[in-house]
Design a protein around this ligand. Structure first.
Ligand SMILES: [Ca+2]
Ligand SMILES: [Ca+2]
Ligand SMILES: [Ca+2]
Length: 415
């Protein structure tokens, strides 16, 4: 009798826990229905990519390396092949290379050297015979495959919500999520073991996806190569490291470690759009020493154009000598710093919030970028001084204006 009573209470307890969980879930949805629905959709996204990863991995592992990862209808479209392609869970009735979506401005063009693939007919999007958005013929490798390919619960190019797939013959595959919707899920992006902290990555090989076309330089400081700041973007504009210490634990993997004495990084053929829009973003962790310059730009004649300090940026653009001031970047903390140009205005975002702006109409004719120092006056090619003491990580240059939402999203990921 006693044991029966115990079993009954355990069942009762489990039911009670289930009911409470459902109530809490219900309350969240009722209190903030929009965020509640975003949470639900993000939960579905995680579960979709997890099950896709498991199914494809199982095929690859069980059949050896002979799986045709771009399927029966495509050839040479995997990573490193002549038609390397990013497969999107999107429908474009006008073009299998998604040109219709690109022409409508809903999708930015693929990275250099890459193609996109869209499904032409909505009816085939979930097919598992090679005609769906993932080109694999699942029937060929498993007797009873999944019933249909999952797609993003919103699945819209315009809203930047869809799934992506890249294969590598003999070396796995990678699935990416364009973005999460709810703040609760964004930190998953940096905890997935992939190479891109701002993207959610799954699969057997998380290093396949290229950075998007608008990232014109990306210094991650993760690969220790002697005296080279490796550019992970498709443009491969590597920089040179001078007297820098070994990379140490940073915001994402390892960071550039600057000693405040003589270490800095120099990018010589700096490719920022002269008078056009751009965004520079990075994470910065100053050690306790004020007044040092963490980034500067120099023109082709050796003239300093701008230099960034913990409380201000000095601009010398032609006849315009101005300063933009913002709250001090604190020591011994990671801060997400963004400098952006949109038309005639420069903007500074600190930890995802706009903290300073200035109007300057002259072009910014930069040729050299210094990370961790300012240039010595009248030295050409540039020599450094005013060395920064601290860490810098995930230094990116975009040739576009990142939206305030995207800046906040990136901040929340690393927060
Ligand atoms: Ca990631
Ligand atoms: Ca990746
Ligand atoms: Ca890093």
């Amino acid at each position: 009798m006693k044991s029966k009573f115990k079993a009954f209470t355990i069942v009762e307890f489990l039911i009670a826990v289930g009911v409470v969980a459902l109530m809490i879930f219900g309350i969240i949805v009722i209190i903030n229905p929009r965020e509640g629905m975003r949470n639900i959709r993000d939960t579905i996204r995680l579960s979709d990519l997890t099950s896709l990863e498991a199914d494809i991995s199982k095929m690859v592992i069980e059949t050896g390396e002979s799986v045709d990862l771009d399927g029966p209808y495509n050839h040479n479209t995997c990573y490193g092949e002549s038609n390397q392609t990013i497969y999107l869970s999107l429908v474009d009735p006008t073009s299998s290379s998604c040109q219709g979506l690109i022409n409508k401005g809903e999708l930015s063009p693929p990275p250099p050297g890459w193609k996109y693939h869209c499904v032409i007919s909505e009816g085939h999007l979930r097919d598992i015979n090679g005609q769906g958005w993932i080109p694999l013929d699942f029937f060929k490798y498993v007797p009873t495959p999944l019933s249909g390919l999952p797609v993003d619960p919103v699945n819209s190019a315009k809203q930047n919500l869809y799934y992506e797939y890249i294969c590598h013959q003999g070396n796995g595959f990678e699935l990416n999520l364009s973005r999460f919707e709810s703040e609760k899920f964004v930190t998953q992006c940096r905890m997935d073991g992939g190479d891109d902290p701002y993207v959610y990555e799954r699969g057997m090989n998380l290093n396949l996806f290229p950075l998007s076309r608008d990232v014109i330089a990306c210094y991650r400081f993760d690969e220790s190569k002697e005296q080279v700041a490796v550019d992970s973007s498709e443009y491969k504009n590597h920089g040179t490291l001078f007297n820098t210490l070994d990379f140490i634990a940073g915001k994402f993997e390892t960071a550039l470690n600057l000693d405040g004495i003589d270490s800095y990084a120099l990018v010589s053929e700096f490719i920022i759009p002269e008078s056009g829009n751009f965004t520079i973003s990075f994470w910065i962790y100053p050690f306790d020493k004020p007044g040092r310059c963490f980034m500067s730009m120099v023109d082709k004649n050796g003239q300093e154009i701008l230099s960034c300090f913990r409380k201000s940026i000095n601009f010398i653009l032609g006849v315009e000598h101005k300063q933009i001031v913002y709250p001090e970047i604190p020591a011994l903390k990671w801060t997400y710093f963004v400098l952006q140009r949109k038309g005639n205005h420069f903007y500074v975002y600190i930890n995802g919030k706009l903290k300073g702006t200035i109007k300057l109409s002259s072009p910014l004719k930069a040729k050299y970028l210094l990370i961790g120092a300012s240039p010595k006056p009248k030295f050409f090619p540039p020599q450094a001084e005013n060395y920064f003491y601290g860490l810098i990580d995930e230094f990116r240059i975009y040739n576009t204006v990142l939206s305030p939402e995207k800046i906040r999203y990136n901040y929340l990921i690393g927060r």
